[in-house]
Write a protein that binds this ligand. Structure first.
Ligand code: AIR
Ligand code: ASP
Length: 253
């Protein structure tokens, strides 16, 4: 990373730097992984490169179907240019099948289908461990208003349909995912757009045939090599260049 850029914010998996123009930022993907509110930490070589590519792939796809996102362009292996947004302090979670915290909370078997996609919100606050919050809290504390929430649910469900279809096409079941939403202004007009990242760090992805986990649960639950799992997702989506072998010199006679 060029040291000349001003660091704006450092999170657990990414760093935001000042962008080349006002209203833009450079988003840098680190190799760091955390789980359980950073109680478990590791550096996983190659994760940042894969997530940069995968987030580019999903955000570009969303843009192409008319879902607005913060993504402008990928700059290099670890960085992308994004629109600067004001982050709504919520993790917007969409669930198609029970897993993780909802399975625990309601005593559901992981993988059991939900009656319909469920959208829920956590308040983004590390000290509190991102607690689940009802709409009532969100509106009362002014994190978003009712109109914003209607727009956020509509966005989240469109992202769900898009991602579900994309993963279905490569034999992967989208169990659940998390997105973050940002506000941007065009003059006085405020719009909500998809921000942060979409990657196997923020989704639960199960192989359709074997049920093998291809997401951050591999790290959270010590199920194997995380980079291998993310590489498998990237390969199936055709996001990785097919020639991943290092190029060796060849003898020409
Ligand atoms: N998530 C929530 N906070 C951070 C992340 N990455 C994602 C998880 C999972 C979904 O939100 O990766 O895909 C639901 O998580 P949970 O733990 O509430 O079941
Ligand atoms: N990334 C969050 C953390 O640090 C939550 C998670 O993905 O489990 O703990």
């Amino acid at each position: 990373m060029a040291p000349r850029r001003k660091k704006i914010y450092e999170g657990k998996a990414k760093i935001l730097y000042e962008g080349p123009e006002p209203g833009t930022l450079v988003q840098y993907f680190k190799d760091d992984a955390t789980a359980f509110n950073a109680q478990k930490k590791a550096t996983i070589e190659g994760k940042g490169v894969l997530n940069n590519r995968l987030s580019e792939y999903f955000m570009t796809g969303l843009t192409n179907i008319g879902v607005p996102t913060h993504f402008i362009k990928r700059l290099n292996m670890r960085e992308q240019l994004i629109r600067q947004v004001e982050i709504v302090p919520l993790e917007v979670i969409v669930r198609n099948f029970a897993a993780g915290s909802i399975a625990k909370r309601l005593g559901l078997e992981e993988g059991s289908p939900l009656p319909r996609p469920i959208v829920e919100y956590s308040y983004k606050n590390d000290d509190l461990g991102d607690p689940l919050v009802p709409e009532e809290y969100i509106i009362a504390f002014g994190w978003a208003n009712q109109q914003d929430l209607d727009d956020i649910v509509a966005l989240a469900l469109r992202v769900n349909d898009f991602l579900t279809g994309v993963f279905y096409g490569v034999g992967i079941k989208l169990i659940d995912f998390k997105i973050e939403i940002g506000r941007v202004w065009d003059g006085d007009f405020m719009r909500l757009i998809v921000a942060d990242e979409i990657s196997p760090d923020s989704c639960r992805l199960w192989d359709m045939k074997t049920g093998q986990k291809l997401d951050k649960d591999v790290f959270r639950r010590d199920l194997g090599n995380l980079t291998d799992a993310y590489t498998e997702v990237a390969k199936r989506l055709g996001v990785l260049p097919t020639n991943t072998q290092p190029i060796k010199p060849t003898l020409i006679n």
